[in-house]
Design a protein around this ligand. Structure first.
Ligand code: 13P
Ligand code: 13P
Ligand code: MG
Ligand code: MG
Length: 378
């Protein structure tokens, strides 16, 4: 446990802030020069004492800063650090002539918090347990609702969280904070619990473009176990400007499902909305760290980095999807994606109208609207 000078306990905050600030190829991956810059500014912030520790990674074309510090969530110095860092990586992307330079920086000037400005973020503050294992999930080519099913199942379903049967501590279940991401004036949230509200929770989470898990709390201990970035870029920009490409932090073991239980649902290779132009349903592929984007601007990918944090310092990462089991899942995800692609844009292959509203299809339909005639009945 970290201590203040007087000996009082100090809490650790983990902040993950990510953005797409440009990429090599189309929307494929950031450049080495951008990543070098990100690592350089992160190392400086650790040296200056703003951060206890930091790690830089990329998933497809998105760069993520994993940071530990003692300033709590929503701290403007931490958010400003990340914003400024993304301004720096944007400068490099522009200089190198990369595609989509500054894509996710939707506002001109920083104003206190990256939420509502384009970059995605999730943060969690806690008193470190004696061992504090956690997973950083980072996804590309999808929205934040892609975490609904795996995070719901990993905690609440004994098919995945065998600890619900075998480790009596977790039997009191979990509380889910769920956000209505279509409500843009403020945060509209609802708090529901398993097992009591099982069906109500599912009635919301089945619509992942509208309702998104924001955080999960263990009922018995009151400890927060998971946080997910919830931003929807089209709600900020009012048009399609790229996908949200969310991140999540999940604490594991003891009061929470084990690391393997948290990974278990990802073996299904769920269909999610994302992929090319953010508008297609494909199977999410669990990938190794630093995986690029390829086929049909996809497929939608998710990476999982396991760490322990101790007195604010991170261990090396364990690349949790870099294990032979996941080769089978990657194969399956490829086949599922390819099968859906055979259907092109018909029916379930493409996004529903509520999501396509933010794209050019609206103009086509508008143009056709005046050409429709109402046939006179005889
Ligand atoms: P413990 O070492 O915490 O008992 O872990 C059990 C476990 O994680 C099995 O999945
Ligand atoms: P990104 O959101 O990852 O930039 O992808 C945008 C896109 O439209 C790919 O086809
Ligand atoms: Mg991009
Ligand atoms: Mg992206």
């Amino acid at each position: 446990m970290l201590k203040f000078k007087g000996g009082k306990d100090m809490k650790t905050t983990l902040s993950v802030i990510k953005a797409d600030t440009g990429s090599v190829g189309g929307h494929n991956r950031p450049s080495e020069a951008m990543l070098d810059k990100a690592r350089e500014v992160a190392a400086k912030a650790v040296k200056k004492g703003l951060l206890k520790d930091a790690r830089v990674s990329f998933t497809g074309d998105d760069i993520a800063f994993l940071m530990s510090h003692t300033r709590g969530v929503d701290n403007s110095d931490i958010h400003k650090f990340a914003w400024d860092a993304f301004v720096e990586t944007t400068k490099i992307a522009k200089k190198q002539g990369l595609y989509g330079a500054g894509q996710d920086l939707l506002k001109d000037a920083f104003s206190g918090n990256v939420r509502g400005m384009g970059p995605g973020s999730c943060e969690i503050e806690f008193e470190e347990r004696a061992a504090e294992p956690f997973i950083l999930f980072a996804a590309d080519k999808c929205g934040p609702g892609m975490f609904n099913q795996p995070i719901f199942e990993a905690f609440a379903d004994p098919y995945h969280n065998a600890g619900l049967l075998l480790a009596p501590d977790m039997k009191a279940g979990f509380t889910y904070n769920i956000m209505d991401v279509n409500y843009t004036e403020a945060d509209r949230v609802i708090t529901l619990r398993v097992p009591e509200d099982m069906y109500e929770i599912n009635a919301l989470l089945r619509d992942p473009n509208h309702y998104v898990i924001e955080s999960v709390i263990e009922n018995a201990s009151g400890l927060k176990g998971a946080v997910v970035s919830t931003s929807r870029l089209h709600n900020i920009a009012g048009k399609y400007v790229g996908k949200d490409d969310p991140v999540a932090i999940v604490r594991t073991q003891k009061q929470f499902p084990s690391t393997g239980e948290i990974l278990s649902p990802w073996a299904k290779a769920y269909y999610v909305l994302g992929d090319n132009r953010g508008s297609h349903h494909v199977a999410v592929m669990p990938v190794k760290q630093n995986t690029i984007i390829s086929y049909f601007d996809g497929p939608t990918i998710v990476s999982a980095a396991g760490y322990c944090v101790h007195e604010g310092k991170f261990t090396e990462l364990v690349d949790l999807f870099d294990q032979p089991f996941w080769d089978m899942v990657r194969e399956k995800a490829s086949l599922k994606t390819y099968e859906m692609r055979q259907q092109g844009f018909y029916g379930p292959a493409m996004a529903g109208m509520d999501e396509l509203e933010y794209t050019g299809v609206v103009q086509i339909l508008k143009g056709l609207d005046k050409k429709f005639t109402i046939r006179k009945s005889k």
